[in-house]
Design a protein. Structure first.
Length: 486
């Protein structure tokens, strides 16, 4: 293996930039030298690493001429990554111990930086770490910090000191550095609400789009995926998950909440162990993992047992994996979180040179959270850094008029997604529908007719989508979905 030239690597990376990799591409090209990740902190699922802390890292091409001590990370269809991250110095705010699989968390042994609150979700994934060294001439170093809102908003002096550190790293405060360089604010809307990507497919497939349905599903599917992928399978690789036993093991897992005659089952840890030893008599399963499975199964509600029973055979692969962060936030939670974000951003005296917003609607953003999150964020940005000559905007989104909405959208450019869903083509992008059933914003439009609201507000032709209805044949769903045609 021989490395490419730096120009060849940059040209290739630049030609493949999309939502998933634009940050490392910008770092490699020398456009960005600091990244601060303000991470959400949902209790379910696991995050990408590293955990909250301050780090000095390198992004670069792994040296594939050097023997690897562990398998390389896999990207896409079995390809090895062009770029990977490598630790140089720094560290997390806390010291972590082993992962407690049945509780979906890592042990926190002790805080290192005194007073900084421990994040609620202490579970993160380190499987993307590359064990080969980077190619020196095909690398770039940068500062990387990971923080949560609770940590930034911690009572003084801890929160203030952390926020000052972040502002200093970004050089985003004119009072600190007279030669302040520009900074970019990138907001992914799944910061406010998110499906676990693997569960999003099943949620949409089975129509569990209501917040209560999606949350009920995730409440058991996320911990089950963690226990299966990070606990049961690794501990029984040579027994229950051997080639001869794997299919029977999965079938037994799927049957756990029900008896053979279809009644609800409440198996104890000992009963679950016996079920699996009927498949492989030599299997050894940690007691705490068996207890965790038992508590999960016995705690299922009637709704969750019905969801379990409705899953198809090919659905279970999606469930029995380590799941990403998941929380279907209510409109009130989103509005409150935007307000907390304002407490941080209002302390940046120099506005960003550029603001980018990613809807993350391919696998992440719950449908019912998209509209309010986008409009609340746009209003926040306009209020924090208003354009010259623009009247002051209301503090509450629900109080905005049509003129306010037009001001909010001024100089906003909508770019089509670079990664459409399978089978779809990139198309024109428009503002999300107004999130309130209110005629105040768009004049004479009926508050119960979203089509009229969209046509009045954006001058768009609106075509209702029709869906099958068992009782009435086909019916339109005007309050749920529209196809917008410019």
């Amino acid at each position: 293996w021989k490395p490419p030239t730096r120009n060849a690597l940059i040209e290739r990376v630049s030609s493949q930039v999309d939502l998933a990799n634009f940050q490392p591409s910008a770092i490699l090209q020398g456009l960005v030298d600091t990244v601060v990740w303000l991470r959400s902190d949902f209790p379910l699922g696991q995050y990408n690493g590293p955990p909250p802390g301050h780090y000095r890292r390198i992004v670069g091409m792994p040296d594939y001429s050097v023997p690897a001590s562990e398998p390389d990370p896999i990207v896409g269809d079995g390809a090895r990554p062009l770029l990977a991250f490598f630790e140089v110095s720094g560290g997390s705010f806390s010291t972590y111990g082993q992962t407690i699989v049945h509780e979906s968390r890592k042990q926190v042994l002790q805080p290192i930086e005194g007073g900084i609150p421990i994040e609620r979700n202490t579970l993160w994934d380190s499987s993307w770490e590359c064990k080969r060294p980077p190619v020196k001439d095909l690398s770039a170093s940068f500062d990387h910090s990971v923080v949560t809102l609770d940590q930034l908003l911690a009572p003084s002096p801890v929160g203030h000191a952390l926020l000052d550190k972040v502002r200093s790293l970004l050089r985003a405060d004119a009072d600190v550095d007279e030669n302040t360089t520009g900074w970019i604010l990138d907001i992914d809307l799944d910061f406010f609400a998110s499906y676990s990507p693997l569960l999003a497919f099943l949620i949409r497939k089975h129509g569990w789009l209501a917040s209560s349905d999606a949350e009920a599903f995730a409440a058991w599917a996320v911990p089950l995926g963690q226990m299966c992928s990070q606990g049961l399978e690794p501990s029984t690789q040579q027994t229950l998950f051997s080639t001869d036993c794997q299919a029977a093991t999965v079938r037994q897992l799927v049957r756990l909440p029900f008896t053979q005659d279809g009644r609800y089952a409440y198996p104890s840890a000992a009963v679950i162990l016996q079920f699996f030893r009927d498949i492989s008599s030599t299997c050894e399963i940690p007691e705490d993992l068996l207890s965790g499975l038992s508590r999960l199964i016995c705690g299922l509600t009637e709704q969750q047992r019905l969801q379990w029973a409705l899953l198809h055979a090919d659905d279970w692969w999606w469930v029995m994996q380590a799941q990403g962060p998941h929380h279907y936030s209510s409109p009130e939670e989103i509005t409150a979180q935007v307000g907390r974000l304002e407490q941080v951003l209002c302390l940046f005296s120099v506005p960003p040179s550029l603001v980018t917003i990613a809807r993350s609607m391919d696998m992440y953003m719950p449908e019912g959270a998209s509209d309010i999150a986008e409009w609340e964020v746009l209003l926040l940005l306009r209020r924090l850094w208003p354009a010259t000559g623009v009247p002051e905007l209301p503090t509450r989104l629900s109080a905005c008029t049509r003129a306010d909405a037009e001001s909010i959208l001024r100089h906003v450019t909508f770019f089509p997604t670079s990664r459409p869903l399978p089978g779809q083509q990139p198309g024109p992008l428009f503002a999300r529908p107004w999130p309130f059933d209110s005629a105040l914003v768009f004049g004479a439009a009926s508050p119960t007719d979203p089509a009229a609201v969209c046509e009045e507000a954006f001058g768009l032709e609106v075509i209702p989508l029709w869906v099958p209805d068992r009782a009435f044949g086909c019916r339109p769903l005007p309050d749920i979905c529209y196809e917008l045609v410019d």
